[in-house]
Design a protein around this ligand. Structure first.
Ligand SMILES: [Zn+2]
Length: 386
């Protein structure tokens, strides 16, 4: 599965949780596991070429599963052509946990240091299992802060479980987590949530992320982890907290956000309450340091990207074929969908995303928005349910 994560992070490819792909791939013949293929472009191509739809179908996969997988394979193949040399180097680096943690820690120290933040004596460590009382927990990343040191004698830092680590995406997570470590140093027993999460997203995930990874990988990671149409509602709240932090960044820049981190959790809670009660917060901050890369990415991710622009796999296929004046009969034929799939796809295009309208007698496409050169940033397809 790691191979697919690489491509989801580095290429323009549909952002689908690996667990969902596995769920829909439940009809894969037993021996065909993507883990059997090497973590490389060649490995993925071999996997795709050896993926045998007829065998899945024989085991009872639904028609929607078929369309979903066909589309995923088409898109992944197309995305492979975007994989450049830098991406290949990054993939190689992912095999070496020690190098990743050293590089990330050095980056955190230098970048946060230049924002005037003290980086505590903490570690980033890849582990087989979490230390002490946290052993056996089923997360990817665990943040241990000053409170855990006082209560359990553990060394503060971000611990990443090797077996749970999501290549590339995982780095943005532990950059986020490290901001909690800094805040936890002075105020270890206050619950982190709300605006604090937004600040961790803005400074850790996106700002530091863009220093550590190609910008496209950070954008893809944020979309994959926070902006999916079919995600847990908890992750949508992280997107909203990032918007709150961004409102402060827009006014006060990195200088202002760094100062809020320096003042710590009580100040974050005070500002959050004042923002939410729509009073004018008395912030007493000096504005400065507006980073163009951060500004641009916040704008694109939070203002421009449209998380809910998704259709069924059938609708997605039709979106690539529909054009003004085409008859529904012609569209049906070239789509290779059966009657039920075709009707569902048309309904999807006419409804939620409103990218096609049929003539009253439903024989011809009267109007349409042209999505024939679709990419995952403009429109996406849903994972089949069930
Ligand atoms: Zn967090």
């Amino acid at each position: 599965m790691n191979a697919l994560h690489y491509f989801q992070a580095l290429c323009q490819v549909q952002y689908i949780p690996i667990d969902d792909i596995l769920r829909c791939g439940r009809y894969l013949q037993d021996k065909t596991s993507i883990e059997d293929y090497s973590y490389s472009a060649d490995g993925l191509i071999t996997f795709l070429n050896e993926t045998n739809w007829e065998q899945w179908q024989a085991k009872g996969a639904s028609a929607v599963d078929r369309i979903f997988f066909e589309q995923l394979i088409i898109d992944t193949r197309a995305a492979l052509s975007n994989l450049n040399e830098d991406s290949s180097k990054l993939i190689d680096e992912e095999a070496d946990f020690a190098t990743i943690s050293q590089k990330m820690f050095a980056l955190i120290e230098s970048e946060l240091g230049s924002l005037g933040l003290n980086v505590p004596d903490a570690k980033i460590e890849f582990v087989d299992d979490f230390p002490g009382v946290y052993a056996g927990r089923d997360y990817m990343a665990l943040t241990i802060d000053e409170g855990d040191r006082q209560e359990h004698g553990l060394t503060p830092g971000v611990y990443i479980k090797k077996s749970k680590y999501i290549p590339i995406f995982g780095r943005t997570i532990f950059l986020h987590e490290f901001i909690h470590v800094i805040l936890g140093k002075a105020h270890p027993f206050e619950l982190a949530r709300g605006l604090e999460e937004g600040i961790c997203e803005l400074i850790g995930f996106i700002y530091l992320g863009c220093k550590a990874l190609p910008i496209s990988a950070v954008r893809n990671s944020f979309i994959y982890l926070r902006l999916r149409d079919q995600q847990l509602s908890m992750w949508s709240t992280y997107r909203d907290y990032t918007r709150q932090a961004r409102a402060l960044y827009d006014l006060y820049g990195l200088n202002g956000v760094a100062e809020i981190i320096r003042r710590g959790r009580p100040e974050i809670k005070r500002i959050e309450q004042e923002l939410l009660s729509h009073t004018s917060p008395s912030l007493d901050l000096v504005a400065g340091e507006f980073d163009p890369v951060l500004t641009d990415n916040l704008r694109w991710l939070l203002d421009i990207y449209t998380p809910e622009m998704t259709v069924s796999p059938e609708g997605y296929r039709l979106a690539q074929l529909v054009e003004r004046g085409i008859t529904t009969k012609e569209l049906h034929t070239i789509s290779k969908l059966n009657d039920i799939e075709f009707q569902r796809g048309i309904k999807d295009l006419e409804g939620h995303v409103r990218i096609a309208t049929l003539r009253e007698d439903r024989s011809v496409v009267a109007f349409c928005d042209n999505y024939q050169s679709v990419n995952p940033y403009s429109i996406r397809y849903r994972v089949p349910s069930g």
